[in-house]
Design a protein around this ligand. Structure first.
Ligand SMILES: C[S@@+](CC[C@H](N)C(=O)[O-])C[C@H]1O[C@@H](n2cnc3c(N)ncnc32)[C@H](O)[C@@H]1O
Length: 279
């Protein structure tokens, strides 16, 4: 079946789709986004053997797990290992010396990669924390995303391509990844000792009541996730972060994302790095 054999959605169908998208992703889509939506979804309808949007809307109702595919098609999941080196430098040079001073005895650190895509960010955090803090710290990284496909790669520890791991220094690559030849391709998988430090979880950040209320974190990375969200959706997510971050904890956003300089709840302390204002 050709791409143009999908019958375009009528106004009612577009409204229904926008409602699902806006409620779950925090966007503000309306009729004007019709062509963008269709350009992202037509291929999926073809894969499913549908010829119109009414069939797809019905499918979304009967197969709730399809929502994850829908969301993945409408969001971007570009990521990389050790993305935004300035953040990892800040952790090493500023944060961890402070945390070591404060947590001299308990030696526990908890981080969250919120919107982790296929796991590169979460594994980079785990490697950085292990390397900077050493073997005797209890380190856990929670990694969550709305896309089951992306999470599957993360939770299986790969495969990652040669190009994807190219940024990782050789000695760390050997320590944390195993290499496998598949035909003439070389692929990399995370070794078990690194995988054990990262817990993957399917979670919509707009619905983060699914995260245990008593969890308290030192570091939250939520980078390059807010991109198409309304300010209401961002505020909702930020208030969940506020509650779950320890008073001396830190929030990292993407380098192109920032909060108002006199934000009532967050102090800017570095490039897209925030600490909560105590109330
Ligand atoms: C561009 S990637 C960024 C990945 C990583 N944080 C980084 O900066 O490299 C954005 C990720 O956020 C996820 N995402 C978007 N909206 C979300 C939501 N409401 N809840 C959970 N994850 C979401 C997407 O599925 C995608 O994997």
């Amino acid at each position: 079946m050709k791409e143009n054999s999908i019958h375009p959605p009528n106004n009612h169908e577009i409204n229904e789709l926008c409602q699902i998208i806006n409620t779950n992703l925090g966007f503000k889509y309306d009729q004007q986004k019709k062509y963008l939506i269709v350009s992202r979804l037509d291929k999926r309808l073809m894969q499913l053997g549908f010829s119109n949007y009414s069939q797809y809307l019905e499918y979304l109702q009967t197969e709730p797990q399809e929502h994850s595919n829908l969301f993945a098609l409408l969001t971007t999941n570009v990521t990389s290992f050790f993305r935004e080196a300035i953040h990892f430098r800040f952790i090493k040079e500023v944060l961890l010396p402070q945390y070591c001073e404060i947590n001299k005895t308990n030696r526990i650190i908890r981080a969250w990669s919120a919107g982790c895509s296929s796991g590169e960010e979460a594994y980079s955090l785990a490697i950085a924390l292990r390397e900077y803090l050493g073997a005797d710290w209890d380190i856990m990284v929670l990694a969550s995303d709305i896309s089951t496909n992306r999470l599957q790669i993360g939770s299986e520890g790969g495969p990652y391509t040669k190009e994807q791991v190219a940024i990782i220094p050789q000695h760390l690559l050997g320590k944390y990844f195993s290499i496998k030849k598949i035909g003439d391709r070389t692929v990399y998988h995370v070794k078990p000792h690194l995988r054990q430090m990262v817990a993957f979880r399917l979670m919509n950040l707009l619905d983060h009541d699914t995260l245990p209320g008593n969890i308290r974190l030192n570091i939250i990375f939520c980078r390059n996730v807010f991109i198409y969200m309304t300010s209401e959706a961002k505020s909702k997510i930020l208030s969940g972060f506020y509650t779950r971050l320890l008073s001396d904890g830190h929030l990292f956003l993407g380098l192109s994302e920032s909060l108002n300089s006199n934000h009532p709840y967050w102090n800017s302390i570095g490039k897209s790095i925030y600490q909560k204002k105590l109330r």
